[in-house]
Write a protein that binds this ligand. Structure first.
Ligand SMILES: NC(=O)c1ccc[n+]([C@@H]2O[C@H](COP(=O)([O-])OP(=O)(O)OC[C@H]3O[C@@H](n4cnc5c(N)ncnc54)[C@H](O)[C@@H]3O)[C@@H](O)[C@H]2O)c1
Length: 453
């Protein structure tokens, strides 16, 4: 594009062209489980990507070509560096970016209410460096309205007086573009290639949606436009609430099936053979991860503003939150049948990650189960190939070290909380005195030592 063409074209056309020829500079803010893989996808497409994070340890590891996420090898970071990737905590570099994608945390506070402080702080850091024609996209999961009610008002307090482009009449010299596009990653799931997961984009105006689609179209095979940022925000919540409610349903049916002497896993397997109208969800020791235990409460909180009570979400939350307590009660009952008491028993927890084969502890039910067992006087140890140490988190302070998987006879019982693929379940059952299985990991193994719960 000649300089004359550049001057006469709108910033929207200019950014579209830069995306097309890969000269657009892309900034990803928040280099965690969502942001870092995104950096790599854009780098693979030969974009020069800058990653922003306030965690100086992460910035330093990445700058040295290292990785802190188990499934991302260092070689991938180094390949990205060769495409121009760099990591920084310096927000002044925002002004050099053409597209900025925000992937910061959205947890709940101690009162189970949305904590949007990370999004607000990020917006405050971006605002002083905004320039016309930039595209800002929020990916963090949040309630409908966050982009328009929280993000944009902060960004619009920028020193140049730039406004977010709205409708069709936005002045191209004094506006920036804003969209929301939810992250849909499923850590540990290798059945769908990342590029095959369609990307939903909802812009504040049609130009923003189109630019968002162009940006993500470089790394995803399909983009799905929706009419507003709020529709995109709600889409993500619908997906996660659907999972949360269905998991609660099978958890409740599992509790009933246990009482009735029916194997719920066999039932789910049989129901799954129906070629239409049924999707399998599986029971477990409780919800974990950054999304399913948290996101639904973002919507129930927002719903109150509209005098609306989200009963499905509350009920599902109640059932799912009770599952770790059920595991502890079942463990005590199983020991009782052996004429042993939980108080003083040596208990080994197998797997502390919130789901199998991943290195993520967030909201893991294992942490609650360990705390509850300790409260009952059990001497608890854990084994997890992904965690050498479990220290202090937002809601726990365990300070425990990984125990090797040997001498299982020393434990009164072993509780399978996370069914990592690397475990040899036959050997575990053979060597243990008693096995509490919360995941059907011992499927097919015949032994009176196994208690399903
Ligand atoms: N992990 C998942 O599988 C997943 C899936 C879908 C959606 N999400 C959503 O994506 C968002 C991010 O999740 P995550 O799992 O990547 O979180 P994470 O905690 O792994 O990473 C977030 C990163 O943001 C950084 N950060 C915080 N405040 C910052 C600031 N002001 N400026 C720059 N960096 C900042 C943190 O240091 C951290 O490195 C959340 O809203 C989450 O709900 C996560």
């Amino acid at each position: 594009m000649s300089s004359l063409e550049y001057l006469t074209s709108s910033p929207s056309a200019s950014l579209a062209a830069k995306l097309e020829d890969r000269t657009a500079r892309i900034g990803v803010i928040g280099l965690g489980y969502v942001g870092l893989p995104l950096v790599l996808l854009f780098s693979e497409q030969k974009f020069r990507v800058t990653g922003f994070d306030i965690d100086s340890k992460k910035v330093s590891i990445l700058s040295n070509g290292g990785s802190y996420i188990v499934r991302i090898p260092e070689t991938e970071i180094q390949a990205a560096q060769r495409s121009g990737f760099s990591a920084t905590s310096d927000y002044s570099q925002i002004s050099s970016m053409d597209a900025i994608i925000i992937c910061v945390p959205t947890p709940l506070n101690d009162h189970h209410e949305p904590d949007l402080s990370f999004i607000a702080a990020t917006a405050e850091s971006i605002a002083p460096h905004l320039r016309p024609g930039q595209l800002v996209i929020l990916e963090s999961t949040t309630y409908p309205g966050t982009t328009e009610e929280l993000l944009i008002p902060i960004l619009e307090k920028n020193p140049l007086g730039l406004k977010a482009a709205r409708g069709t009449n936005s002045d191209p010299t004094v506006t920036f573009y804003v969209a929301f596009s939810p992250e849909r990653e499923d850590p540990g799931n290798d059945t769908v290639a990342r590029c095959d997961i369609p990307k939903v984009v909802g812009g504040l105006n049609p130009d923003a949606t189109e630019l968002g689609r162009k940006l993500y179209g470089t790394i995803f095979n399909r983009t799905v436009p929706v009419s507003t940022p709020a529709a995109a925000e709600m889409t993500k919540l619908l997906e996660n609430i659907y999972r949360c409610v269905n998991i609660a349903l099978v958890n409740e049916l599992k509790l009933l099936s246990l009482r009735m002497g029916i194997d719920i896993w066999e039932v789910i397997g049989a129901a799954s053979t129906k070629p239409f109208g049924f999707q399998a969800f599986y029971p477990g020791p409780g919800l974990g991860g950054h999304c399913i235990p948290i996101d639904p409460f973002y919507l129930s909180w927002k719903a109150k503003e509209y005098d609306f009570h989200t009963r499905f979400i509350e009920l599902a939350g109640e059932i799912n939150l009770n599952m770790p307590y059920h595991v502890v009660t079942s463990t005590a009952a199983a020991l009782n049948r052996e004429r042993k008491s939980l108080n003083g028993a040596k208990v080994l927890i197998l797997g502390v990650a919130y789901k199998k084969d991943i290195d993520d502890l967030r909201e893991s039910p294992a942490l609650t189960i360990i705390e509850l067992l300790q409260k009952e006087g059990a001497q608890v140890s854990y084994n997890d190939p992904f965690f050498e140490y479990v220290g202090r988190g937002r809601k726990y302070n365990l300070e425990m070290k990984n125990t090797p998987l040997d001498d299982l006879q020393q434990y009164e019982c072993v509780v399978i909380v996370t069914d990592h693929s690397s475990y040899d379940y036959e050997a575990i059952v053979e060597q243990s005195n008693l096995v509490i299985d919360t995941r059907n990991a011992t499927k097919g193994i015949q032994s009176s030592k196994i208690v399903h719960c």
